[in-house]
Write a protein that binds this ligand. Structure first.
Ligand SMILES: [Zn+2]
Length: 433
């Protein structure tokens, strides 16, 4: 209602509406595909099909054989294997780990971060990821980037953004390792203590524009503090956060390493676990009971351990110690969770590792015991289910957004082929050819 009133007011004032900035829709398009996985849930591969895409950027129908109508645009992918656009449920588009990152905390503005994000968003899309969930960035930077990619003016994936994460005072998300007088300037408004403050921080995030809520339930590897990886928000705080988010129609996903924090968050009714490093049998039981998703982010564990153990290690001693401790545990954790039947959605924590490398996670998931098809499902239908966007993304059946990628060869035989995507379309527009 408020939106309608605002739109009416904007129209009365002659202001350009957001919708007017969207480029004109493409003409009717016929994508002729040699092999295609229309619905990864079934895993079935069809041959010689034509996807018909209308001006609204959605799949209108799938026809047998290679067809086209006069006047339509034809895209020839007869030599390719076509899949739904990939979904990464855990990225940080406005940053990337580098030796200057500590200085950049003080030298870069939120506008700088948004523009860095524009560069990284393009790399992400060209790597075949047509949808991402950004799980931690300043609100101003990531919400602006989300709007710019949604309008089609900027090349980038569809972005669901959590914005600033809810975290405890002194916790993983606080302004750690800086003088007290600077903490007052750099501390995010989502740092809270006590159920009331945390509930308020969650509500404020929804008001500011968060699509989903990210909570830092435990300590984290890359925060510049030696506060460990255990539970940091109390049971009461976690309950308040989950209740506030759910009551306003938002899912809540928790960054969680320690088993105490994983289990407290799941008991509070949380929806999904990022990382899950020390997942224990009780955590597995709770995840299955709740139907919660695990987003493993194997790439993050792999990448930070490589830096901490490498010749060019630039981490502080506290960060390096956490990276060496947590990194190597993640692959075995995913193997156990997968064997136990925990639902897995694809997420990389890219921004820790390099933007555009996201598909390396497929290789690690298969190393952890998933079949190539299960890994593809994690990045399509399962990710879409986790993010509540199944009607738009994750499959290429009629009605879905025309988000599709192509590779040469068969990713069901060699999942590493997904690191070399040759064609990318998002909402009917071609971004890589
Ligand atoms: Zn993260």
């Amino acid at each position: 209602m408020i939106r309608t009133a605002m739109a009416a007011a904007a129209a009365a004032l002659g202001l350009a509406s957001a919708a007017r900035a969207v480029p004109p829709p493409p003409p009717i398009t016929f994508v002729q595909v040699g092999r295609v996985m229309l619905d990864p849930a079934s895993g079935r591969v069809d041959t010689a099909k034509t996807l018909v895409i209308k001006g609204d950027g959605r799949i209108a129908e799938v026809r047998d054989g290679y067809v086209a109508d006069p006047g339509g645009r034809v895209i020839d992918l007869k030599d390719s294997f076509v899949l739904p656009g990939l979904i990464d449920c855990h990225v940080h588009l406005t940053s990337e780990t580098n030796p200057n990152q500590n200085v950049e905390r003080f030298t870069k503005t939120k506008a700088d971060l948004a523009l860095d994000g524009a560069y990284f968003a393009k790399k992400t899309l060209e790597a075949g990821f047509t949808t991402v969930a950004d799980l931690g960035a300043p609100n101003e930077s990531i919400f602006a980037l989300r709007a710019a990619t949604a309008s089609g003016r900027l090349a980038g994936p569809r972005i669901l953004a959590a914005g600033s994460a809810i975290s405890a005072h002194g916790g993983h998300g606080d302004a750690n390792d800086m003088p007290d007088e600077l903490v007052r300037i750099y501390r995010a408004p989502t740092i809270c203590s006590g159920a009331d403050e945390c509930r308020r921080a969650t509500r404020e995030q929804v008001r500011s524009g968060a699509d989903l809520i990210k909570v830092l339930a435990t300590g984290g590897v890359l925060s510049r503090t030696n506060a460990g990886l255990n539970q940091q928000l109390t049971d009461e705080e976690l309950k308040a956060i989950v209740q506030a988010a759910h009551s306003m129609g938002r899912i809540v996903t928790a960054h969680a390493h320690g088993a105490d924090g994983i289990n407290a968050f799941l008991r509070a009714g949380g929806d999904s676990i990022e990382h899950g490093t020390y997942l224990d049998p009780e955590g597995v039981r709770l995840m299955k009971q709740n139907g919660a998703y695990l987003i493993p982010t194997l790439m993050a564990g792999d990448y930070v351990a490589k830096i901490a153990n490498g010749p060019g290690n630039f981490f502080t001693p506290a960060v390096a110690a956490k990276a060496r401790e947590a990194g190597p545990k993640m692959l075995g954790m995913v193997s156990r969770a997968h064997a136990a039947g925990v639902k897995i959605a694809f997420g990389t924590d890219t921004g820790v590792s390099r933007h555009g490398d996201n598909a390396y996670e497929f290789v690690l998931l298969v190393r952890a015991g998933l079949s190539p098809l299960e890994a593809i499902q994690a990045a399509t239908v399962r990710a879409a289910d986790h993010l509540r966007i199944s009607e738009d993304a994750g499959a290429l059946t009629p009605g879905h957004s025309a988000d599709l990628i192509a590779v040469k060869g068969d990713p069901l035989q060699d999942v590493s082929l997904l690191q070399h995507v040759s064609f990318v379309m998002k909402a009917g527009a071609v971004y890589k050819d």
